[in-house]
Ligand binder design. Structure first.
Ligand SMILES: *Cc1c(COP(=O)(O)O)cnc(C)c1O
Length: 385
């Protein structure tokens, strides 16, 4: 087999390459002007007030947990169908993770089950919730915010799968993923399989100025610099002040330049992803392959195209032999040895049922029509047997 069709991949153009080499010739490789340019353009793209660029999506989650004061006394709820980092960030701060099952249609956190779970415990048991816009399906944060307000929870939206996605709220207004209107903080990743590729990279968005200031400080060791009104002392123009314990989670200008160039194509990428999804939807209509079409108020971002299919393992293996490298998103986190030993948890039956049959098909803007047709043919062949 001399070709490989992966489930996702980056799309790098000669403009991207020029953007990076320009920075290599410039004065700043890091902490320069490309960082704020990327932040401003990204905030504009998702419709938030502020954005903070960081070294990766996991660092973004870690800083969010710190900024919201997660400690060993905190208990936070997330979905089991996510990448480990959505939960790990709470553990980095010593907090406890609990899981809420998914809705089998949207594959995101089940808001009815979440409310029931919160009602079954004394108020104050939980401090926060980390919803994940799984596969690019935006969580209805307007509804989640009502629940969060009732139970006094903060919200970190893990929007790694959904830059450019949105839902239509009760007033008919478009709410873009990461816009900060409902969640306190939202995070994104620029890993090559995500919509915008920097190699490694992440972004936090928010509308909260206090959280923004805190994040900027924590991203760079916990230092504040000249011009910051919160300096306690000031010995001169060299003076900076370590006010808190932070990290070096900065994103260099080299990668920000790539991010800016990639961001300019993000909209076209989403349009292409939606075209690919429509072709799959139509091809699998009326077959035994279960697809997940979004509700009418949802503008899906299609990081992934997931189906549920019988004899999944067999199909997965046979597709690999045909050069089609699908993936499984995700092995439920509560079944991983690390989280298992921290349990027990509620029944998470929808998540477990979904995992048994799920398969992520090739989905990326540069997927050729002929490649997609080949993928569809192979899958239909296997499932009709
Ligand atoms: C990719 C991803 C992350 C982590 O991002 P990195 O940049 O790889 O650290 C977190 N959450 C979800 C849902 C992701 O898909």
């Amino acid at each position: 087999m001399n070709f490989k069709i992966p489930y996702g991949r980056q799309h790098i153009t000669s403009e991207d390459i020029d953007a990076v080499t320009n920075v290599l010739h410039a004065d700043f490789l890091t902490t320069g002007p490309k960082v704020s340019e990327f932040e401003e353009k990204f905030a504009q793209y998702v419709d938030s007030k502020y954005a903070v660029a960081v070294s990766n999506g996991t660092a973004a989650l870690h800083l969010c947990a710190m900024a919201l004061n997660v400690t060993k006394d905190s208990k936070v709820i997330t979905t089991p169908i996510t990448f480990a980092a959505s939960a790990n960030c709470v553990r980095y701060c010593g907090g406890q993770i609990d899981f809420c099952d998914i809705n089998p249609d949207t594959l995101t956190i089940d808001l009815k089950k979440l409310r029931a779970k919160l009602q079954s415990e004394p108020k104050g048991t939980y401090q926060g919730v980390i919803p994940v816009d799984f596969a690019g399906y935006p969580v209805n944060l307007e509804e989640l915010k009502e629940i969060a307000d009732e139970f006094n929870l903060w919200i970190i939206e893990d929007a790694c799968h959904a830059p450019g996605g949105s839902f239509i709220d009760q007033n008919g207004k478009e709410q873009r993923c990461g816009n900060g209107n409902f969640a306190n903080l939202a995070i994104f990743s620029f890993h090559p399989v995500k919509h915008i590729a920097c190699g490694e990279g992440g972004m936090i968005t928010t509308n909260d100025k206090n959280l923004y200031d805190k994040l900027v400080q924590l991203r760079s060791h916990g230092m504040i610099y000249q011009g910051n009104e919160n300096l306690i002392e000031n010995h001169g123009r060299w003076y900076m002040e370590l006010q808190d314990l932070g990290y070096n989670y900065r994103l260099p200008d080299i990668l920000c330049a790539l991010g800016i160039s990639q961001l300019a194509k993000a909209n076209d990428g989403i349009i292409r992803r939606r075209e690919i999804a429509k072709i799959y939807d139509e091809a699998f209509e009326g077959t035994k392959i279960l697809t997940h079409r979004p509700a009418s108020n949802i503008n899906h971002a299609y990081h992934l195209y997931v189906v549920e299919i019988e004899k999944r393992k067999e199909v997965y293996d046979l597709l690999r032999e045909k050069g089609i490298f699908c993936q499984i998103h995700y092995i439920p986190l509560h079944t991983m040895p690390y989280y298992k030993k921290l349990g027990p948890y509620d029944d998470l039956i929808n998540a477990e049922k979904y995992y048994r049959n799920c398969l992520s098909l090739p989905m990326y803007p540069s997927l050729k029509d002929s490649e997609q047709q080949y993928v569809i043919e192979q899958i239909l062949n296997l499932t009709n047997k």
